[in-house]
Design a protein around this ligand. Structure first.
Ligand code: T4K
Length: 388
């Protein structure tokens, strides 16, 4: 493995004194959150579409550049109920390179995942392979904007329009992503965002659906509230997937933090990219032109032949230095026991990605010096590591 002279590789790096985790959730100033708590204590409105819920939905509608936003208690329930709201019960072509929540949501909604291989660069579903998987039972395409990198939405829409399919996006990683200035929620019939604590914008737990077709507004409201309309009539078998006022209060304050946090991550990503580019066999995942992204993850690929260690060996090596990276996404969904029999097109590109991708610690509070040390550790392991 060759590295440039600026990275030291001959002396073993000193491990971090305390663990460096993949992320550290951002929080608003506690006084601002306390002010909301005082209001909640005084009003005793704790949940069921209270004033903070209405406020957050309104703020997010503007922020996401969409006509409608519906809040949910987490992203997974949002996705399940989004699939239900669109009336999808047949086959849905999706990616195996994702978090379990993506295909599981389809199954919970009564649909069947069909796994399609991914594009080697964007790591998102490859539109060129979708048509071969379409059958008379296919009803939709579910793309995932992996690490906030957008799917090829124009190509996917062209296929969907040709075959009369719905398009849903899992944008769990893509808050604030834009494609040539167009907000990510503008694409497809519906987009799900996750507001889990580990996300750039969060409500501790939470999620939302964004959609432009206002006719879906009522059914999404019913689905997350037992199917109840106006207090008495129960129109459909909905469930309970509401976001509480305390989560909404966190969201209202976190919206003010999100741009700040994103700006703080920019120089950190530049530093990682600059230093990691010096290490043979480490290839950072980079954005295509014209995209502004969520800066959610710092992902890289490990090419074992060129680097000298496999991705798993590198991850174990980093752990010995107290650095905790994550294999987002491993294992591949098609390797889960529950999806082993599912239809798929072999997905060799996704398999390679699942074996090579690693996400490094990345959050606004991470110090520049910590990044330099982490990269030195990677370089050292590549040069000297014989970790099994
Ligand atoms: N679709 C996609 C593509 C997704 O990636 C996800 C979720 C979903 C759908 C579903 O959305 P939700 O239903 O979750 O809204 C984490 C998150 O739990 C999960 O939301 C996320 N994707 C996934 C990619 O990452 P884990 O199992 O890696 O999380 P965990 O608990 O190990 O946390 C990671 C690190 O963050 C830890 O090292 C410690 C730190 N951490 C975490 C939490 C929760 C903290 O410092 N404080 C905390 O409170 O799944």
């Amino acid at each position: 493995m060759k590295t440039s002279l600026s990275i030291k590789t001959n002396m073993a790096p000193v491990p971090f004194a305390s663990p460096i985790l993949i992320t550290r959730p951002t929080l608003p100033p506690i006084e601002l959150f306390e002010a909301h708590l005082k209001e909640i204590w005084s009003s005793r409105v704790l949940t069921n579409q209270g004033p903070k819920h209405m406020q957050l939905e309104k703020n997010l509608t503007t922020m996401l550049g969409t006509r409608n936003v519906r809040l949910f208690s987490n992203g997974t329930l949002a996705l399940i109920l989004g699939v239900k709201a669109l009336g999808i019960r047949g086959e849905v072509i999706t990616t195996p390179f994702t978090f379990p929540a993506t295909p599981h949501s389809l199954v919970w909604a009564g649909a069947t995942p069909v796994f399609c291989d991914i594009d080697p660069v964007s790591l998102c579903i490859d539109p060129n392979r979708i048509e071969a998987l379409i059958t008379p039972r296919t009803e939709a395409i579910l793309g995932v904007h992996v690490y906030g990198i957008p799917c090829d939405a124009d190509a996917i829409q062209a296929i969907a329009s040709k075959h009369g399919l719905k398009v849903i996006y899992d944008a769990a990683h893509a808050f604030l992503t834009e494609v040539r200035g167009i907000p990510i929620a503008s694409f497809g019939d519906m987009t799900m965002f996750s507001f889990h604590a580990t996300k750039l914008f969060h409500t501790i737990e939470g999620g939302c659906l964004a959609f432009n077709n206002s006719e879906l507004g009522e059914v999404t409201n019913l689905l997350k509230n037992f199917g109840i309309k106006d207090g008495e009539a129960v129109l459909i078998p909905g469930m309970n997937a509401k976001m509480s006022e305390i989560q909404c209060a966190m969201g209202i304050e976190m919206l003010k933090e999100t741009e700040v946090e994103r700006e703080r991550r920019k120089p950190l990503r530049r530093k990682y990219l600059e230093l990691l580019s010096e290490i043979e066999g480490i290839d950072c995942v980079v954005l295509p032109d014209g995209i502004s992204d969520s800066l959610q993850y710092m992902a890289l690929r490990v090419d074992e032949e060129r680097f000298g260690l496999s991705r798993d060996q590198l991850q174990r090596g980093l752990t010995t230095f107290n650095v905790f990276s994550r294999k987002y996404f491993f294992p591949l969904c098609t390797d889960y026991e529950c999806y082993k029999e599912a239809v798929n097109d072999g997905t060799p590109i996704a398999r390679r990605a699942a074996d090579q991708l690693l996400c490094l610690p990345f959050y606004g509070d991470l110090e520049m010096e910590a990044i330099e040390r982490i990269v030195e550790m990677i370089a050292y392991l590549g040069k000297n590591g014989t970790i099994s």
